[in-house]
Each structure stands twice: as structure tokens, then as C-alpha cells.
Design a protein around this ligand. Structure first.
Ligand SMILES: *[C@@H]1O[C@H](CO)[C@@H](O)[C@H](O)[C@H]1NC(C)=O
Ligand SMILES: *[C@@H]1O[C@H](CO)[C@@H](O)[C@H](O)[C@H]1NC(C)=O
Ligand SMILES: *[C@@H]1O[C@H](CO)[C@@H](O)[C@H](O)[C@H]1NC(C)=O
Ligand SMILES: *[C@@H]1O[C@H](CO)[C@@H](O)[C@H](O)[C@H]1NC(C)=O
Ligand SMILES: *[C@@H]1O[C@H](CO)[C@@H](O)[C@H](O)[C@H]1NC(C)=O
Ligand SMILES: *[C@@H]1O[C@H](CO)[C@@H](O)[C@H](O)[C@H]1NC(C)=O
Ligand SMILES: *[C@@H]1O[C@H](CO)[C@@H](O)[C@H](O)[C@H]1NC(C)=O
Length: 696
């Protein structure tokens, strides 16, 4: 301790402070005033472009060759890894082979800067992903011409969806939605061939003229943003090779599209990280650019120091304090060390809990997956929950207790506390932590952080005001419109489809049920409770696990074989769909033995044509029997006993969204008293894959 006391004033005298600035400016070749930074380069120019990044400078501007076709370049960004081109990344329903491919190039479609856009009437456009199935898509309807509004791409004649990560090829499947009853003639006159394309987001404005041109022969050029990266695997692999592209004073990062890597200048340096020498990453001279010090400033590589004149103390920064009495400082120091010793003891205890609570496992996982989580301290959470008072309890389960808490910044959170310290429960906690930290979807409860330094670990989530769907359905005094229920179904299905498709490894929720679907203040669905969830490695279609789930929702195939696949979630979702239709509990004590199970009871009534006996009368009234039947059919397809015969979650989501759109349009039409549709008294029937057979 004495040594420390002696050293500190010495340290203060040198007044060290480091700060970093960074900006980007580099001398690069240009073509028509568009900068062409290395690794891009003009053919025959200096430096020679990297392989696959050759640019031809035409009179109209720079062009890049992609699979032997030349495209005009609008912009190249060096540090974000984007290149905007003018292209026709389009696929048309009535022309078989108009596909656009980036395979074999150093480019992918950017998932953050583009939108998948489809034009057409009463069709679903789905993006295929090789033979492995669908990776996204959207549905578009036209009921009357007056519904088609220029400038609006919201599902009427034009729909948009996000572009999946890592997309290299535009391969599409269009499905006509059949079973339309009486559609007004004026719409029937519009061409029915769909078209879908990838376009820079915000740059496409829908116009009904485009709709009638979907069968055109001349391609339509639109801005498309590509992400480029350096081939050679992830950073860790790449830097072992001679061809490693990140030069001095730079670092490497994985491209977000999952293919290759890119480079950036280290803190305090600027320039082109792919170049050596004067155009490469050069030190920023903070002293002359920012003039940050009161007295002498010394620039160093990547940083700078401020020096104090002799006899003065401080950090030397303009905003720093100078001239503090040394005595006062020493006094403060003595107090501080005393306090430190006490704190150390407490910290030791907390450290022990942290370890015991899987802290090391978590740190490892967070390190390897780069999860952006906040670590809360135990005192922070104690304060937030009034020392975990019983008044703050908002939920209980087998896993633990959920408390409501208010953080010091007034943010309201939900805090989950494990009940016992057993190894199994701890693993479930860490599992939930790791899974949720990878997930970012508006219909999945957001995990904010955790605290592992208490005896029992704590997870901190965003607070969802309106509680579980289950309790809303069971409280029959509250009316929930069918429109709301259908929206909740769509939101839940799309969250599950996202978990199955869009995350690094597919995640199976494993405990889908109405009490795990929470509703926020706008009644938006948020899927929660990932304690039992499992990621499935990419090269596998299933994992074998200890059977776990909730009675009444559990997939019978999984129960028998212990093989968990994404279709187990589809089964449980089917049960939730039936709950939305009927407002009944999945396992009821009121019904006799053979009809205790809601799913069985429901399908029995369906095949006896007595569906209306069990369906909530409000639903039948609002939606009409035909519509109810379509939803029931979809639910029963989810409940098929063989997993492989059930639809995928993305297909369920798209079908439900299609039904929701049809229903909404029908409601609008009804209020307009459209004679054609009211006469039929029924809803148009979406039947993407008609099916009626059922195996018990
Ligand atoms: C080019 O990209 C830069 C940075 O991303 C952006 O500021 C600029 O507006 C873009 N220019 C054009 C013509 O798109
Ligand atoms: C590159 O580094 C700068 C400064 O260090 C930073 O602001 C920027 O976000 C980085 N870019 C990427 C794509 O990481
Ligand atoms: C369609 O594909 C065939 C065979 O791949 C090819 O010969 C033909 O030129 C293509 N047609 C168009 C219009 O691209
Ligand atoms: C597309 O398929 C590839 C390989 O089959 C897979 O790695 C990728 O995750 C899939 N992408 C989506 C969005 O489904
Ligand atoms: C959809 O309808 C269009 C126009 O009637 C037709 O050309 C196309 O073949 C249909 N597609 C399917 C898959 O039925
Ligand atoms: C670009 O892609 C090609 C083909 O995959 C590859 O041979 C080349 O090395 C890549 N270029 C760079 C700079 O990574
Ligand atoms: C790049 O991705 C690989 C594989 O996901 C991972 O192991 C590695 O840590 C990542 N590297 C960086 C710098 O993010």
C-alpha cells in the first residue's frame, strides 16, 4: 500500500491522458468524380485492383463486371463495405429464367440497405434458398382498384419484406392465391403476372403504372446495394495467410453477412486499411487538429499526451482541474484505501457467486458470440425492486419469480430470479441468456442484461405491460376482436419463423404456449421464456434431448422419439391457434376423458362438421364460417402427427398474414357495401396448399 501512495503523485505529475480521434480521408483514384478506393481499382491503374474488384472507367462512369454483365456504380463506401449499383435484380412470374446471381463474386445483397419488393395481385412471392427451402417473402392483394394507391407499398398490389442475410441469388417462387370469389371486373383486367425485385430501401416508390408493366420485356434498372468483403474466411483464419488484407495499424472484422472479412483503421489512425504506406492507416495528429491541451501537447502513434508546466498538477487537458493541494489528495487516498479493503471483501463474496452462477461459462459464450448485454450490479437491482419486495412480484413459474423493477433512469424492467440454486436451473438461465442475447426481433421479449453476483442469478428484460395472452383468453369478460387475435397469431408466427430461420443457428423455442406470449401496451405479441430453447447446429435437422415442454402443447412425435425439430414449435403453435379460435384451455378439466385434450377435441369436431360448437361465438360472428374453417384447417395442418407433413413456420406466418389482409379488406368492403362481396356473404378463401386429409 505504501508503494502505491508513493507512486501516485509521480503518476499525477506526468499528467498522462490519452484520447482518440478518427476521421476518414484518403487519396484515391477517381472515375467521373466517384472515388474508387482500394481494394477496388481501375483496370490498368495504380495500385492494381484486388481480384474481383476491377472497375472499368466508361464515359458514363465506373462499371463493375458481375458474372459477365457490366453494371454502373453509383457509390463505393470503403469502411462500411457497400457498393451501390444500378441493376435490374428482378424476377418475373411469367418468365421462367430471369434470375440475378452474385454467386462466385465477392458481393452479397446487403440485408440492411435493401428491401425485397413484390408487385402483383393476389399472389405470394417467396424467396427460395437453394434446396433448403424458403428464406423470406411477402403476399400482395388487390381487391378493388380504389385500394391501389400510388406511393403506398403496404400489401395492396405491392409488398415489401427484409432481405435475408447472405443472399447471393434471386430465386423466386410465385404462388397465385386461388379460391377468390367474386372479384370486381376492373381488377380482373389488370395483369396477374407478379414481379419481385431487390432494391435499395426507400428508393422505390410504388406506382400503379409499374403493376401493368410487370410483363414487360425491357429490364427496369434500380439502385441496389451490395456488400463486398475479402474472401478468405473469418478474421481468425484469414490472418494466418500471406494474402491477409488488413495492413499496418488496422484491425479485422467479420462481415455482417457472414461471408469473408473487412478491415478498419485502429483507433487514432486514418486512411485506407487495405494499403501499406502513405495512403494506408496513418497516425492522426490530434495536437494540431484538436488543440486539446492547455500547455504542451505531444503527439504519439495513435494517441497524444498533455504536459503540465513544472510545479503544477492536473491532467493538462483544457477541461482538466489544476493545482489541487497534495495534502488533501493524500487524505482522500487514505480514506479511499480503507474503503477499498472493505469493498474487496464484499467483491470476493460476489465473485464467488458469479463463478457458481456460471459466470465463466457466460463470459466465454459472450466473448465468442459478441453478445451486447449489460451486466447489472446486485445493488442496482435491489434498489429497483424495493429489495425484492413481495409487492413487486408479477409472475411465478417452475423456473423462478418475476419482479417488476424501476431502474434509476426510470426505466421499467422485469427481473427474473431463479428459485433454487441447482445445476439444471442454472444451465437453463445461462441458456436463456445466451439465446436471447443473439435475438433481435420486435415480437420477442428483449433481454437487457443480467446480474450473476447474487446468490441466485437474475435476468433483466424489457417490461411488458399487459401480461400473458393466456390470461386474456381465459378472462371471458374482456372482448378481444378476431382482428386482434389474428394479428397476435401473425406476430407470434413471424417471431418463431425468425428464430427458425434468421439467427446464426436455428433456435427451437420448445415451450410455445399462450402463457409465454406476452402482450404490450398496444397488444403487440412478444414471445418470452427461452429457458428450454435449443439452438440446432446448421448441419443437423434435429437434436436429441430430454423431452421437455408443457402438457397439451407438446408435439407427440417429439414426445415419442425425443428428437427435437423446428416442427415441434409448429405443433405447439397450432394449439395456440386453436386457443385463439375457441378461448378454451389446452387441457380442460371440464370435458370428459376422451376430449380433455383441446387439440383432439377440436379436430374431432372439425371432421364431424361441428366446428361451430367449439369456436368462440364472437369469432364466428366477426369472421364468418368460411374464414374460421380456413384458420381451423391451417391449425390442423400444424397438428399433423408426422412433423415433416406440417408446414414450416415461415409458411404458416405468410398464410396467416395473407388471411389477415383478406379479412381487413373484406371489412373495408363491407362498410363500403360492395354488392358483389356482400352477396356471397363469405370470405375469400386463401388456399395456398389445399388439404383436407388428417391422420389422428
Ligand atoms: C455515397 O455514400 C456516402 C457514404 O455512405 C453517402 O454519404 C453519400 O450520400 C453517397 N452518395 C450517393 C450518390 O449515393
Ligand atoms: C471504423 O473505425 C471508426 C473509428 O475507429 C469507427 O467509427 C467506425 O464505426 C468503424 N467502422 C466499422 C465498419 O467498424
Ligand atoms: C433462359 O435459359 C436458357 C437455358 O439456361 C438460355 O438458353 C436462355 O437464353 C435464357 N433466356 C433468357 C431470356 O435469358
Ligand atoms: C440458406 O441456405 C444456406 C445453406 O443451405 C444456409 O446456410 C442459410 O442459413 C440459409 N439462409 C436462410 C435465410 O434461410
Ligand atoms: C398465375 O397466374 C398467371 C396469370 O394468370 C399465370 O400466367 C401463371 O401461370 C399462374 N401461376 C401459377 C403457378 O398458377
Ligand atoms: C473475390 O472472389 C474470388 C472468387 O471467389 C476470389 O478468388 C478472390 O480471391 C476474391 N477477392 C478477394 C480480394 O478476396
Ligand atoms: C468471426 O466469426 C467467427 C465465427 O463465427 C468467430 O469465431 C470469430 O470470433 C469472429 N471474429 C471477430 C473478430 O468477430
Amino acid at each position: 500500500m505504501m508503494l502505491y501512495l508513493l507512486l501516485l503523485p509521480l503518476l499525477l505529475l506526468t499528467c498522462i491522458f490519452a484520447s482518440y480521434v478518427h476521421s476518414m480521408e484518403s487519396s484515391t483514384s477517381k472515375c467521373s468524380n466517384i472515388p474508387i478506393p482500394y481494394p477496388f481499382g481501375i483496370l490498368g491503374g495504380n495500385p492494381a485492383p484486388a481480384q474481383g474488384f476491377e472497375i472499368t472507367c466508361a464515359s458514363s462512369g465506373p462499371m463493375v463486371r458481375i458474372n459477365n454483365i457490366m453494371f454502373g456504380i453509383l457509390n463505393i463506401s470503403l469502411l462500411d463495405g457497400f457498393v451501390s449499383i444500378l441493376a435490374s435484380a428482378t424476377s418475373q412470374q411469367c418468365k421462367r429464367n430471369s434470375s440475378f446471381s452474385l454467386e462466385g463474386t465477392n458481393f452479397t445483397f446487403s440485408d440492411t440497405r435493401n428491401k425485397f419488393t413484390a408487385l402483383g395481385c393476389d399472389m405470394v412471392a417467396m424467396l427460395l434458398n437453394g434446396s433448403s427451402g424458403y428464406s423470406g417473402g411477402c403476399a400482395s392483394f388487390c381487391s378493388t382498384k380504389s385500394n391501389i394507391i400510388d406511393g403506398m407499398c403496404s400489401g395492396v398490389a405491392c409488398c415489401q419484406a427484409p432481405v435475408p442475410k447472405g443472399l447471393k441469388k434471386l430465386e423466386l417462387e410465385f404462388t397465385n392465391i386461388t379460391g377468390q370469389l367474386s372479384r370486381p371486373k376492373e381488377v380482373n383486367n389488370t395483369p396477374t403476372c407478379g414481379e419481385a425485385f431487390i432494391v435499395e430501401q426507400n428508393s422505390y416508390v410504388f406506382s400503379s403504372v409499374d403493376l401493368s408493366n410487370t410483363n414487360r420485356n425491357n429490364p427496369q434498372y434500380r439502385p441496389v446495394v451490395l456488400e463486398w468483403s475479402i474472401d478468405g474466411g473469418y478474421c481468425e483464419e484469414a490472418n494466418r495467410f500471406m494474402s491477409y488484407a488488413c495492413k499496418e495499424n488496422s484491425y479485422c472484422y467479420n462481415s455482417s453477412n457472414g461471408i469473408g472479412y473487412r478491415c478498419n483503421c485502429s483507433l487514432g489512425f486514418q486512411g485506407n486499411p487495405y494499403l501499406q504506406g502513405p495512403d494506408g492507416c496513418q497516425d492522426i495528429d490530434e495536437c494540431t487538429i484538436k488543440r486539446p491541451c492547455t500547455h504542451k501537447c505531444i503527439n504519439t502513434k495513435g494517441s497524444f499526451y498533455c504536459m503540465c508546466p513544472a510545479g503544477m498538477r492536473g491532467d493538462g487537458l483544457k477541461e482538466g482541474i489544476t493545482g489541487l493541494a497534495l495534502l488533501l489528495l493524500l487524505l482522500v487516498l487514505i480514506f479511499w484505501t480503507h474503503w477499498l479493503v472493505k469493498k474487496r471483501k464484499l467483491a470476493k463474496i460476489r465473485q464467488r457467486y458469479f463463478m457458481q452462477n456460471g459466470g465463466m461459462l457466460l463470459k466465454q459464450k459472450m466473448f465468442s458470440q459478441g453478445a451486447p448485454l449489460r451486466i447489472f450490479t446486485s445493488s442496482e437491482l435491489e434498489k429497483a425492486t424495493n429489495s425484492f419486495s413481495d409487492d413487486n412480484i408479477i409472475g411465478r413459474g417452475g423456473f423462478g419469480i418475476v419482479y417488476k423493477g424501476i431502474l434509476s433512469n426510470q426505466m421499467v424492467v422485469a427481473i427474473k430470479k431463479a428459485q433454487r440454486v441447482d445445476q439444471n436451473q442454472m444451465e437453463q438461465f445461462i441458456n436463456e441468456l445466451v439465446i436471447l442475447s443473439q435475438v433481435n426481433h420486435k415480437n420477442v421479449v428483449q433481454l437487457l442484461g443480467c446480474c450473476l453476483e447474487t446468490e441466485l442469478p437474475l435476468l433483466v428484460y424489457e417490461f411488458i405491460t399487459n401480461g400473458a395472452l393466456f390470461s386474456h383468453l381465459q378472462n371471458t369478460s374482456v372482448l378481444i376482436s378476431w382482428e386482434d387475435r389474428l394479428r397476435i397469431a401473425v406476430e407470434t408466427a413471424s417471431a418463431l419463423a425468425y428464430l427458425h430461420l434468421a439467427t446464426k443457428e436455428p433456435i427451437i423455442h420448445r415451450d410455445v404456449k399462450s402463457s409465454n406470449i406476452l402482450l404490450d401496451e398496444n397488444f403487440t405479441a412478444k414471445v418470452s421464456d427461452f429457458g428450454a430453447s435449443r439452438p440446432i447446429p446448421h448441419n443437423q435437422t434435429h437434436v436429441t434431448t430430454l423431452v421437455q415442454g408443457t402438457l397439451g402443447y407438446m408435439d407427440p412425435e417429439y414426445f415419442q422419439t425425443s428428437q427435437l425439430t423446428e416442427k415441434s414449435d409448429v405443433y405447439s403453435f397450432g394449439v395456440v391457434l386453436i386457443e385463439l379460435l375457441t378461448r378454451q384451455k389446452p387441457i380442460s378439466d371440464g370435458r370428459t376423458d376422451d376430449v380433455r385434450n383441446l387439440a383432439c377435441h377440436f379436430s374431432m369436431l372439425f371432421y364431424q362438421n361441428q366446428l361451430l360448437e367449439i369456436v368462440d361465438s364472437q369469432v364466428a360472428e366477426e369472421a364468418g364460417t368460411k374464414h374460421v374453417k380456413t384458420v381451423a384447417q391451417l391449425a390442423l395442418r400444424c397438428l399433423r402427427s408426422r412433423g415433416e407433413e406440417r408446414p414450416r413456420m415461415i409458411e404458416v406466418a405468410i398464410e396467416l398474414e395473407a388471411l389477415r389482409r383478406l379479412m381487413k379488406q373484406h371489412l373495408v368492403l363491407q362498410t363500403e357495401e360492395d354488392p358483389l362481396l356482400c352477396e356471397s356473404g363469405q370470405h375469400a378463401d386463401v388456399n395456398i396448399e389445399a388439404s383436407s386429409e388428417y391422420e389422428p
